[in-house]
Design a protein around this ligand. Structure first.
Ligand code: SF4
Ligand code: SF4
Length: 269
């Protein structure tokens, strides 16, 4: 059986994180969706010739705020919304996009056609296949899915903790459509978007997950060096946490434990 493909999942769930989708300063869902909608409308009006497509890219980057969370990481001006009703993110240069008439224009991208056609992020290799299947099944919208799917260390720590508590492996069947488990999974993913214990100098929800160590995630910051390690240390590191005092650490532990316990109650047989 082919390994689960994470980039395009359903009519509403897909990812463009490696295209730099989230590498912009204003990541509010409404703003990002409006940016992409405007981009798709503008792209539909241009002739499909290299010069016009490149001009379009330059104009789009002009609209994008220059203060990116990761200045040395790109934001591709060709990531947009695709599908019959444009309900998921995808590449506007892909041959299947209406107007491209089967022509693959990804050679015009910043990284070049080969990178765009073949790149797979670390999650596809480092997160166990069963966890990847759960994440594919667990989301309803591209915005949260794309923020979550690159976080392979976060999810490994999360699922391992859950499995330890229920005494068995979790599986895709635990997270079937309509299951409360999916809600809890999404609540956990959403912690990343509004984590109240995020370090003041952290880049925000955008994740630099590439292997070149350009922007490594530091360990958990502690205002008081006497603060102990947490059982959720990996989760807190991946959420870019800072705890000034023990009360903050305990609140953070309680927030994570609440979700895991809710999941335990839902999936325990
Ligand atoms: S970040 Fe990973 S899942 Fe997302 S589009 Fe890129 S390769 Fe696919
Ligand atoms: S051109 Fe490449 S980087 Fe840009 S949206 Fe398409 S696949 Fe992503």
């Amino acid at each position: 059986m082919a390994p689960p493909y994470l980039c395009q999942v359903s009519t509403r769930v897909s990812c463009g994180a490696c295209c730099g989708l989230y590498n912009i300063s204003n990541l509010a869902p409404g703003h990002l969706e409006a940016l992409l909608t405007g981009r798709v409308e503008a792209f539909a009006r241009i002739p499909r010739v290299a010069e016009a497509i490149e001009d379009f890219g330059r104009q789009q980057l002009g609209w994008t705020p220059v203060e990116r969370p990761f200045p040395q990481f790109h934001h591709c001006p060709y990531v947009g919304l695709i599908g019959a009703k444009q309900t998921r993110v995808g590449c506007l240069l892909h041959p299947e996009v209406p107007g491209n008439q089967g022509r693959d224009w990804r050679e015009l991208s910043y990284y070049g056609a080969k990178a765009c056609q073949t790149y797979l992020c670390p999650t596809t290799e480092r997160l166990p296949v069963g966890y990847r299947e759960i994440l594919r099944a667990g989301f309803d919208h591209w915005y949260l899915y794309g923020h979550a799917i690159t976080e392979y260390r976060l999810w490994s720590a999360f699922f391992e903790e859950l499995e330890q508590r229920i005494g068995r492996r979790v599986s895709r069947a635990d997270f079937d459509q309509g299951s409360r488990a999916r809600d809890h999974l999404q609540h956990f993913a959403a912690l990343k978007l509004s984590w109240p214990f995020r370090r003041a100098d952290a880049p925000g929800p955008c994740h630099f997950f590439f292997d070149d160590a350009l922007y490594p995630r530091p360990g958990v910051e502690r205002g008081d060096p006497a603060l102990p390690d947490s059982p959720f240390e990996t989760i807190f590191q991946e959420l870019e946490s800072c705890f000034r005092e023990e009360a903050e650490l305990r609140r953070a532990e309680a927030a994570v434990a609440r979700i895991i316990e809710a999941l335990v109650a839902t999936v325990r047989i």
